[in-house]
Write a protein that binds this ligand. Sequence first.
Ligand code: TYM
Length: 328
Amino acid sequence: MKRMLSGIKPTGQLTLGNYIGALRNFVKYQDDYEMFVFIANLHCITVYNEPEELRKNLKDCVALYLACGLDPKRSCIFLQSDVMEHAQLGFIMCCNTYLGELNRMTQFKDKQAKGEQGLTGGIYTYPALMSADILMYDADYVPVGEDQKQHVELCRDTAIRFNNRYGKSFNIPEPVVAKVGAKIMSLSDPTKKMSKSEQTNKGCIYLLDDLKSVRKKIMAAKTDDIAKVQYDPQQQPGISNLMTIISALTNQSFDDITKNFEGKGYGEFKKYVADIVCEELAMIQERYAEIINNNVIKEVLAEGKARAEKIASKKLDQIQRTIGIEIK
Ligand code: TYM
């Protein structure tokens, strides 16, 4: 069975973008692959988080993994920092990644271009840690949203170079990006990605948002004055984004959605979108409420740690021998 690995960095609450672009796909794939899904808590601290809030977000992230349908029997679910090998292989990968490569990462470049203050060394080098996360387990596939594809490609480049230099050490992973829903846009500004770090909350739906406010956000989503429900991301980014959400959640094609809403107004369309999204979130939130207050989270993480650690310690040992930092 081929191996698949991915992770989410809960620097805030998980969003509908995380769900459609990533988490939902992990659940779908867990039957066909040997699945590893972790909570990227080391990646979280590349920016400052209030510790109490971070702890809550991490716990919520595990509960949401389970609530969305990840099954600990089929998927290895673990907390990144529980497997300390990640940080060590992360440094090794950092030493095998060139400054020029890190400088080309669009996420970092965007932050710099926006003039964000207080950028840390961690946020600059995190793509190397992400390479370690993936290479540690010799993952074949890495399901991610559009914004993380470049980092998986950097991971591939680094692994190929490492293999050329030291002999075959890592499997070369491939990114898996869904055809529909790999970049869900903000509801209030559909030219920007829906993101946890949005300034106002209007454009971002969180999986644990109360459903009334979800409905309100969708009904207030920015549209256009063309007055036709059709997929045209250039001219109608808002409507196209809502269509993408529907298509991802219900498997309807864009053509079918357009046909169903021929001659109907945006109000009616938005109400339909809100119904679909709220139905999905209601199910997730119900399961989340059952999970959050029982002991299952601790158990799942302990099991995941044991399984992941076994693979990681062997891999790190092998790599350290390969590069010559262990005395035989
Ligand atoms: P993160 O936490 O930013 O995002 C987690 C996953 O959600 C996807 N995503 C989206 N997809 C569609 N539309 C959106 N608006 C949207 N927002 C986020 C992301 O593409 C991603 O797949 N560095 C990673 C976490 C990570 C990781 C890894 C992933 C660490 N190590 C190893 C894969 C393999 C991150 O910050 O993702």
